[in-house]
Design a protein around this ligand. Sequence first.
Ligand code: HEC
Length: 182
Amino acid sequence: MKFLILFVGFLSVTAFADEFSREALVNADYKQGRVTFQQRCSACHTLAEGGSSLVGPNLYGVFGDKPGQQESFGYSDAMKSVDFEWTAASIGKFIADPEGLVPGTRMMIPEGVPEADRVAIVAFMMLETGAADWPRPVLEEDVLPEGASIAEKHPSFWNHMMQFKMKFMLKQKQFLKSSMYN
Ligand code: HEC
């Protein structure tokens, strides 16, 4: 009887502690995660396979890896010497307080990611780095008509894109040239 009580107690504690349960990740808000990543991480990190490293390393395949594994990136000694695995929960901890999880890390962020955004950003990162075993949600921009502009089709690139419009005359006709630079 004692054993049964202990067992039930253990189950409810883990259910509470697991902020990053698979269910929470699958149901997370993709757009909230994407915006949070763009605002807080994209200046220093890319997520796509083969993406370049910026101030921080490209993060494709990071889930399941130990910290500091990309050979081409110059990590801090601190990052290379810690020994744990990047999971949804450990990345959640790291972005809440990088220095708290990896003392001496060179990753400097002005403030930790607020709790309310953490599950969404981690779920978004899993989807974009090949770690999620659930499908990416279908968003309105994925079903825009053929003629939609690049900016409408790829709003996630918009903050890095410049638009340039030019009007010119050629053989009595007026042309409008519109270019996008990323
Ligand atoms: C100012 C630039 C900068 C920003 C902003 C930044 N990072 Fe980093 N990040 C780094 C650097 C530099 C490292 C390597 C740290 C080291 O070697 O100690 C790193 C390392 C990491 C790692 C470990 C990678 C590995 O290969 O072990 C993860 C995961 C990570 N960052 C996620 C994030 C997330 C998520 C955000 C946004 C919430 C973020 N970073 C924001 C610069 C940044």
